[in-house]
Design a protein around this ligand. Sequence first.
Ligand code: SF4
Ligand code: SF4
Length: 218
Amino acid sequence: MSEYFSNIRIGATTIATGLAITLRHFFNAIHRKGDAGIDDADYFKQVDGLCTLQYPREAVPTPALGRYRLYNDIDDCIGCGQCERACPIECITIETIKTTADDLAACGKTSQGQQKRMWVPVFDIDVAKCMTCGICVSVCPTECLVHTPVSDFSEFDVRNMIYHFGNLSNIEAEAKKKKLAEQQAQAAKEKAAAAAAAAASGTAPAPAAKPPADEAGE
Ligand code: SF4
Ligand code: SF4
């Protein structure tokens, strides 16, 4: 019989303790109304009363070193493809076109002064697949690929989750490809003509001069 009443006492005490905790959080939440302290440095230590944020007016702050949505500053991208090769789930797609000599100035330099030698008509990141592991960011030689603090980028249509950073339109890319192909065909033709002339005169054609270190991308 005494055990029966003991169990009732323990049950009542447990319920009262739970209600007290709930009420404490409830009243603390009222005091917090309108200010969840999201700008406070010790935000994550403030647990009392922090029940529900009024999203999207309030949102959990992103930590300074957090890895969130990717962004590529295409003006600094040299189209090396290292990020694409490093991505473990293949969510980066890059297409490049070699720059012709007369287009180098138009292609421009990175903010660090490195001459760019590739047009990058396609630089797509499927952020719906991206697991924000950061490997692509760590291998980028120009540090143009970065994580941003943007953590909420949901979309109704998953196709909108593919982000395009390319620096040429389709029409421009086709024109660049055509120009490059023409120049390569012309160079091959001249090389063949030089070889034929050398063969006719009985002299070996002079070896092609090694391009300057900068031009060779060294
Ligand atoms: S963060 Fe990771 S998963 Fe996302 S694109 Fe970069 S390498 Fe791929
Ligand atoms: S690693 Fe960096 S520079 Fe190279 S293609 Fe990727 S984003 Fe561009």
